[in-house]
Ligand binder design. Structure first.
Ligand code: N2P
Length: 368
């Protein structure tokens, strides 16, 4: 054996040993913090079966809640799912996410290149995150109740259903809800007002807040997850929500078979688009296990079950042939190009803007 070959073999052996050792040193635990209603019922079980790693799984329903935990440090989480813009972008700048090791993500190249390019705007070079699921924010409503309130020909397609006081006043009695975050409510209000939904002009904060104040008396509650069941059970009739969640409400209503029929749409004026990502906090105790789970989520046969369950589009093109027809063909989940052109991601804003927005939001929430 030549000296070079021998040296190569020794080196290779050392590398294998190191790689194996890195995995072997981690205990078989993974602590995941994900959005609620955002995974298939058997995903975790399948992962544990495949790897022997036990998953501790907690949920949140807003980026604000996630970041409060991460910024406090020592969250103990190995894998979290921030929306790309502006949340992941800000986290990357603040150094709270670790670089991913592509050598531990064999399915890396199977991701949709257009989505990767969009994500690179928030995470230059796609170093810290992979796309998980994505959707616009829209409106879900109960067909009968909205017709009863607005007339038999009503076929809502705009934000007026939530932000035109004359319209919302008529819906008050059947129950209207808004998402509990200014980063979704204010852009929607601005889009209704004919302004840019992704405006970073401070003057637009009061334009949005004034609009919300006008419809505030007709709003039953602000919440970012309970509208799924309320809409499905007929306890509310109009909800501002993440489209996949509204689709889940529609499926739950069908399953319950109590005559609640829901419609879900992305408003014609344009809407927020969230690309939610899988990211590993810098202080994650089990980063190798996190990589194993991220790669597991890229398997077409795994991610297709998730999309089929939760009604959110994924970024693995090879899963498409396995997605249910009714989901693939739903324009709210896979919108046509004309609608995609009107969707926008949330812009990054500075601390001054954020302070003003928080103050305006508190006013809106308390109704003062
Ligand atoms: C899941 C909500 C995820 C969408 N319930 C938020 N980007």
């Amino acid at each position: 054996m030549g000296r070079d070959l021998r040296r190569f073999l020794v080196l290779f052996g050392v590398m294998l040993g190191l790689a194996g050792g890195a995995y072997a040193t981690e205990e078989k635990i993974l602590n995941v913090y994900n959005w609620s209603d955002y995974i298939a019922p058997d995903t975790l079980e399948k992962f544990t079966k495949a790897t022997g790693i036990k998953v501790n799984y907690d949920v949140y329903d807003s980026n604000e809640t996630l970041f409060a935990k991460l910024q406090a440090g020592q969250s103990g989480y190995d894998l979290v799912f921030p929306s790309a813009s502006p949340f992941l972008a800000q986290g990357v700048k603040a150094g709270i996410f670790r670089s991913l090791d592509r050598g531990k993500l064999p399915h890396w190249a199977d991701q949709d290149s257009a989505v990767m390019a969009a994500l690179a705007v928030s995470d230059p070079g796609n170093q810290h995150a992979t796309p998980y699921l994505m959707a616009a924010t829209g409106i879900g409503y109960t067909i009968d109740k909205v017709k009863a309130a607005l007339g038999p020909d009503a076929k809502p397609d705009s934000w007026a259903l939530l932000f035109d006081p004359a319209v919302v006043a008529k819906l008050k009695n059947c129950g209207v809800s808004l998402l509990d975050t200014p980063t979704e409510v204010f852009p929607a209000a601005l889009a209704f007002a004919g302004k840019k939904g992704d405006s970073t002009d401070k003057a637009d904060i009061s334009v949005a807040a004034d609009l919300v104040m006008k419809i505030r008396p007709f709003i039953k509650y602000f919440h970012s997850s309970k509208y799924i069941n309320d809409l499905a059970n007929g306890d509310t009739c109009v909800a501002h929500g993440y489209v996949g969640d509204l689709i889940q409400a529609r499926s739950r209503a069908r399953e319950a078979g109590k005559g609640v029929h829901l419609m879900v749409y992305i408003p014609a004026e344009g809407a927020v688009l969230n690309i939610d990502t899988a990211s590993v906090p810098t202080d994650a105790p089990h980063p190798d296990n996190a990589h194993l789970f991220i790669d597991f989520l890229m398997r077409p046969e795994i991610i297709k079950d998730i999309t089929n369950t939760v009604g959110y589009a994924n970024a693995i093109p090879a899963s498409k042939p396995m997605i249910k027809k009714e989901i693939l063909e739903d324009p709210a989940i896979y919108p046509p190009p004309a609608m995609i052109a009107k969707e926008f991601e949330l812009p990054a804003v500075g601390p001054d803007y954020e302070r003003l927005r928080t103050r305006a939001w508190t006013k809106v929430k308390t109704g003062l």
